[in-house]
Design a protein around this ligand. Structure first.
Ligand code: CMC
Length: 390
């Protein structure tokens, strides 16, 4: 192929230089702007992490207060946006409705096109971080035929989202501080993950200098795919299929023999050690189940993990639980339908996507994304008139 590198899936290509997120997959390390994910999950909150990702430093108390006040003042969405959401079929998938509505937002804010105006970029960042939970909850309520619940800006970011999702619905428990904190920690864990498929999409669309709302809709579309944002749903399906703890050994035998599916929620392209996010999520799961009652699928998951972590097949291939192994169990216990799982990923990934987008457009070394190909088609041939085609 001459001097060109053939690298499907860009497994071996660094397409950018970045100062945002660091991963060491062999050691199981994840850091945002240098801060370990464990410390952020323990001591920070999602809006502070969003600030950190975008501005590069932890805020002072007054910077954080101002940022939170501004974000919370942007949570409402234009009344016309509601009409837009109402236009979707009654049973539309909430992720399809969500990402289409995000794309439509660019038509409400014409100034989003001014991407080289720094002050304008900050406003769009605050706007988008603020509006994602509202759009998400509205799309969910549309899909279940419930009236929209408006944002209540006296609540926290996560509390407001839970309120808009579940207010007046039949969900058997009501949002409380433990669930609110759990939601916030899950948001922190999902806020960025360097050059994954959706972030690469965000940067790719951004490289044509498209506005950030439209680029973000494209990133969310990449997340819609089951290989990216759908693994936690696949974990739940797998656990339901296994059905009981005593059937776990037989399931593992089939996975190893290649007779059935893979062990979903295990393994990672980058982490060849325990995914640090999975450790934190496991702890959160137990806290959530104290409130919601134990998800009966948890015992199957624990048994799967116990057996796999002692089994040469998984140990030898460095397959450990990833972020998706326990997150679906938590979301289900909290009352989220499985169709909302990719949306629950897109809301907190928004500051990550926008930070990466900004880094991309301000990097003088970056060009419009335009990879080459290895052409395997026909050499030149003569057009064949229809009358003489076989
Ligand atoms: N169960 C059983 N075997 C597995 C699994 C698994 N989950 N994952 C990998 N393997 C085996 C695979 O069969 C191969 O074995 P062999 O060398 O004998 O052929 C070896 O491990 C290496 O697999 P690979 O497919 O080359 O690894 P990859 O880095 O390309 O794939 C993965 C990573 C995440 C796609 C894969 O581990 C997988 O399919 N896991 C299950 C799905 C899942 O949980 N996805 C969520 C990923 S985390 C999401 C995020 O961070 O955004």
């Amino acid at each position: 192929f001459g001097l060109m590198a053939y690298d499907p899936g860009f497994m071996n290509t660094a397409a950018c230089k970045s100062r945002i997120t660091f991963i060491d997959g062999d050691k199981g390390i994840l850091r945002y702007r240098g801060y370990p994910i464990e410390q952020l999950a323990e001591q920070s909150d999602f809006l502070e992490v969003a600030y950190l990702l975008y501005f590069g430093e932890l805020p002072t108390r007054s910077q954080l207060d101002d940022f939170k006040r501004t974000v919370l003042s942007h949570t409402i969405i234009h009344e016309q946006t509601k009409k837009f959401i109402d236009g979707f079929r009654h049973d539309s998938h909430p992720m399809g409705a969500f990402l289409s509505t995000v794309a439509a937002l660019s038509t409400f804010y014409r100034e989003v096109k001014n991407i080289f105006d720094a002050q304008n970029r900050v406003i769009q960042f605050e706007r988008m971080v603020a509006k994602m939970p509202t759009i998400a909850a509205f799309c969910h309520r549309h899909s279940i035929g419930m009236p929209f619940a408006y944002p209540d800006n006296d609540l926290s970011y996560a509390g407001n989202f839970l309120n808009m999702m579940f207010k007046g619905t039949e969900t058997k428990f009501k949002p409380n501080p433990v669930l609110e904190r759990a939601m916030d920690v899950l948001f922190i864990l999902h806020a960025d993950h360097e050059q994954n498929c959706s972030t690469t999409t965000m940067r790719g669309i951004g490289s044509s200098h498209c506005d950030p709302f439209t680029a973000l809709a494209g990133a969310a579309a990449a997340l819609y795919g089951p290989l990216h944002g759908g693994a936690n749903e696949a974990v739940l399906k797998m656990l339901v299929e296994i059905g009981s703890k005593d059937r776990v050994p037989e399931f593992i035998r089939r996975v190893k023999a290649g007779e059935g599916q893979r062990l979903m929620g295990f393994g990672h392209r980058v982490y060849k050690n325990y995914d640090p996010r999975a450790k934190i999520i496991k702890k959160v799961a137990f806290e959530v189940f104290e409130v919601t009652g134990r998800n009966p699928l948890l015992d199957i998951a624990l048994e799967l993990e116990r057996i796999a972590l002692e089994d040469d097949y998984f140990v030898g291939r460095k397959l450990y639980p990833n972020v998706d192994f326990y997150s679906g169990l938590i979301y289900q216990a909290m009352g989220f339908p499985t169709e909302m799982f990719p949306v629950l990923f897109a809301i907190p990934r928004t500051p990550g996507w926008l930070s990466q987008w900004e880094e991309q457009i301000l990097d003088p070394e970056q060009r419009i994304v335009r990879p080459r190909q290895v052409y395997l088609g026909y050499d030149e041939r003569e057009y064949v008139p229809m009358a003489i085609r076989e």
